[in-house]
Design a protein around this ligand. Structure first.
Ligand SMILES: *Cc1c(COP(=O)(O)O)cnc(C)c1O
Length: 382
């Protein structure tokens, strides 16, 4: 079996950004104009995103900062608790703790690995102020149930939509409705601005606050920056951060947004190909997904109990295929560890998670090669 990329020792990457000439030219334009900070390009990117979501958008330096600032601006901090799945990137947990609040690890549903709404109530205390669902692999999970729960207990919903740019739920685009959604535009996400992130919200007061917090708390600086000036005489009333987006990043983001439908379509077609190759394969369980609505950011599978994940990973690496693990649960990290590990699905599944390569520059031949190599790995090592 031949790696379709050729036998020149070329690794099939787990994930990567897909960059066209348009992004390169846009960056060169910013470099030529010589204004790299937060200015006209950022405003243009925010306007284009607002058009896309039908809501106002604030761009920041990355997705983690987006989550932290959304919490800060919602007044969630010291003494408060936020419900969040343990099975997420450590960024969700660090953002909550950066805001001063305590992340409370929750379990996930077995079939989608999204927040398990059935046991949310058991994690509720007097201190619970928000719930942060993570749209794992682009799947928003049971979002209606999350919003019903939040409404019942008067909680904010800060969606970690880092995986879900372009996904929709019940025909509505993620970010276009509900409380507040945070996206990441880091290099491997559904669209990228190099690094970057944004907050989309129904709450205008929250967004206005974030506009100040991202600029070191300097009040009303955003409009000046957009017209190429800055504020010299100003007041600061609270802790702020240097979390703004730069023109260089926004220039990339603007071009990626124009390509977003094509990039999403490619991801969906590749994921469907994995499904047709692997859905009946012994030793592999695929997550439930609907690629008419969901833009898959990653392609995680669950290996059979008798298989040793490291052996499979090594075998695939030997076939020039890079794999990943999304994620080591946060309640097993020293900083966030729990005394009672009452997370049965997460604890049962995480050692069997394996993520296969998925990014828009792959083709069907490569997906078929990866699928065949995985099947061979299972047959050889099962
Ligand atoms: C990427 C990611 C983030 C953070 O975004 P950055 O832009 O990398 O800071 C947060 N949560 C999840 C689930 C992510 O995958």
């Amino acid at each position: 079996m031949q790696n379709p990329l050729g036998s020149a020792g070329k690794l099939i990457k787990l994930s990567k950004s897909s960059i066209s000439q348009a992004e390169k030219s846009a960056v060169m334009g910013v470099l030529d104009r010589g204004m790299f900070g937060m200015g006209a390009e950022v405003q243009k990117f925010e306007d284009a995103l607002s058009q896309y979501f039908g809501r106002n958008v604030v761009c920041v330096v990355n997705g983690t900062a987006a989550l932290q600032l959304a919490l800060e601006a919602a007044g969630i901090g010291v003494g408060d608790e936020v419900l969040v799945p343990s099975l997420t990137y450590v960024a969700s947990f660090q953002a909550i703790s950066a805001a001063g609040a305590t992340p409370v690890p929750c379990d996930v549903f077995e079939d989608t690995l999204t927040l398990n709404t059935a046991d949310l109530a058991s994690r509720l205390t007097e201190k619970t102020k928000a719930v942060m669902p993570v749209h794992y692999a682009g799947n928003p999970g049971d979002l209606d149930a999350i919003y019903l729960f939040a409404e019942k207990y008067k909680l904010r919903v800060i969606e970690d939509a880092a995986h879900a740019f372009g996904s929709s739920y019940k025909s509505k685009r993620i970010g276009s409705y509900g409380d507040t959604a945070c996206f990441s535009f880091d290099g491997i996400k559904n669209i990228t601005s190099g690094e970057g992130g944004c907050i989309v919200s129904a709450d205008e007061v929250l967004l206005e606050k974030i506009r100040d917090l991202r600029l070191l708390g300097v009040k009303n600086d955003t409009q000046n920056r957009y017209s190429g000036r800055r504020t010299w005489e100003f007041d600061v009333t609270e802790q702020g951060w240097r979390y703004h987006m730069s023109n260089i990043m926004a220039a990339i983001g603007i071009e990626q947004l124009k390509r977003s439908e094509n990039l999403a379509h490619k991801r969906q077609e590749l994921a469907k190909r994995y499904h047709s190759n692997l859905s009946c394969q012994k030793g592999v369980r695929l997550l439930q997904a609907s690629y008419a609505h969901q833009v898959p950011h990653i392609f995680p599978i669950i290996l059979g109990e008798n298989l040793d994940r490291e052996t499979i990973r090594e075998f695939l690496y030997g076939h020039e295929i890079e794999t990943g693990i999304h994620y080591k649960p946060n309640h097993l990290l020293t900083k966030f560890q729990l005394k009672s590990h009452d997370l049965p699905v997460t604890n049962r599944i995480y050692k069997r998670l394996l993520t296969l390569p998925l990014h828009p520059d792959l083709n069907f031949d490569e997906i078929d090669y990866i699928s065949k190599s995985l099947i061979l790995a299972i047959e050889t090592n099962g």
